[in-house]
Write a protein that binds this ligand. Structure first.
Ligand SMILES: *Cc1c(COP(=O)(O)O)cnc(C)c1O
Length: 354
């Protein structure tokens, strides 16, 4: 007797973020702030009082209501997920049939093409422009050429940190017959959300996450926002108890504290602004070596001829950033973390320059 794995999973490797003990982690776009103390105290009470023997609410109604109130939308448009990652997987598995064309851009969030391959969809990749921007005209053209059934992209984009305006995204949505999955994982750091327009389109699902702006990556909580028809389908295809009760209650507690959340976002944005400014001045000093992109997110993306080497040398000093040779992605950290990164980065650039 012998069992063999099928061809679509045979060559896959488990996702492995960098493991090890690094003093400064600027590689995963997490918030450098944990949840505020007041909320952590609330978490303790929630955990102590929870009915552990009961299944959670399959529709996470209280949580979806808090999310909807936070953003000023209707909870009827909201579905909760075990991280937005789960929602990306559910959407691609359910809304695509085997072999159907799905369009992504590159570079963009790697999970889109990963789940497309698990769904046995036909994933078509449109490379971004040389300056890493997205040409909406080309995206529309490509989508219609291949008769795409789905288009997925992040806005603002991970990893480029660049954003498309509302006007551009609206144009895309109304010019294609594909389902547009608009991943707004970083939109809490920018101001071009389409959350309150989902009812105007029959082909738009917006994804949001609590992992980046709200300092809750550990909790695993994401949301899909769409019109009633799409929302009904999403709720029907997700697994019933996908969001556990602790996550539902923790998420509700956090989203009910809008003031604390917006303060945290501002603190992160301040850190990003100072990291960006410092890198911009290094760009002036090391013109041939370094190019720094505009940032609509909580991280800064840069291009350098020595990305690998810089990444490795930073690792040796206990500082982790993300390397996508010839690019580096640096998450905004605490003041101390940014300072340590910048000092070492400048020293390494000097050494390379000789
Ligand atoms: C981090 C990230 C996610 C994943 O969010 P989770 O809710 O933690 O699963 C989704 N999309 C993009 C673009 C991200 O950067």
């Amino acid at each position: 007797m012998s069992y063999t794995l099928n061809r679509k999973i045979k060559e896959l490797e488990p996702y492995e973020p960098i493991q090890g003990c690094f003093s400064i982690r600027l590689d995963a776009n997490e918030s450098f702030l944990s949840v505020p103390k007041k909320l952590r105290e609330e978490f303790s009470n929630i955990a102590a009082q929870m009915e552990y023997n009961r299944y959670p609410d399959p529709m996470a109604q209280e949580l979806c209501t808090s999310f909807a109130q936070y953003y000023g939308i209707s909870s009827e448009n909201v579905t909760a997920g075990n991280g937005s990652d789960e929602l990306i997987s559910v959407i691609q598995t359910a809304f695509l049939l085997k072999g159907e064309p799905v369009l992504v851009t590159a570079p963009d969030f790697s999970m889109y093409s990963f789940y497309a391959s698990i769904s046995e969809a036909n994933c078509v990749v449109l490379p971004k422009e040389p300056d890493l921007s997205v040409s909406v005209e080309k995206l529309i053209q490509k989508a219609n050429d291949i008769q795409a059934r789905m288009i997925l992209f992040s806005n603002p984009c991970n990893p480029t940190s660049l954003g498309l305006t509302r006007e551009d995204v609206r144009k895309l949505i109304t010019s294609v017959s594909a389902l547009v999955v608009l991943d707004e994982a970083y939109m809490d750091f920018w101001d071009q959300s389409l959350l309150n327009e989902v009812n105007q389109y029959d082909n738009l699902i917006i994804l949001r996450t609590c992992s980046k702006a709200f300092g809750m990556a550990a909790v695993r909580l994401g949301f899909a926002v769409a019109n009633a028809t799409l929302t009904k389908a999403l709720r029907a295809v997700k697994s019933p108890y996908n969001v556990n009760m602790l996550t539902q209650k923790f998420g509700t507690a956090v989203l009910n504290q809008k003031q604390l959340c917006t303060e945290a976002v501002q603190t992160i944005l301040d850190s990003k602004a100072s990291l960006y400014q410092a890198l911009k001045s290094l760009e002036t000093q090391f013109q041939t070596e370094l190019q720094v992109y505009e940032s609509c997110t909580n991280f800064v993306f840069l291009k350098t001829l020595n990305a690998r080497q810089l990444f490795q040398s930073l690792l040796q000093t206990g500082i982790v950033v993300r390397c996508f040779d010839p690019y580096l992605r640096v998450t905004a950290g605490t003041e101390t973390e940014n300072k340590a990164f910048l000092e070492n980065f400048e020293r390494l650039l000097r050494e390379i320059k000789g």
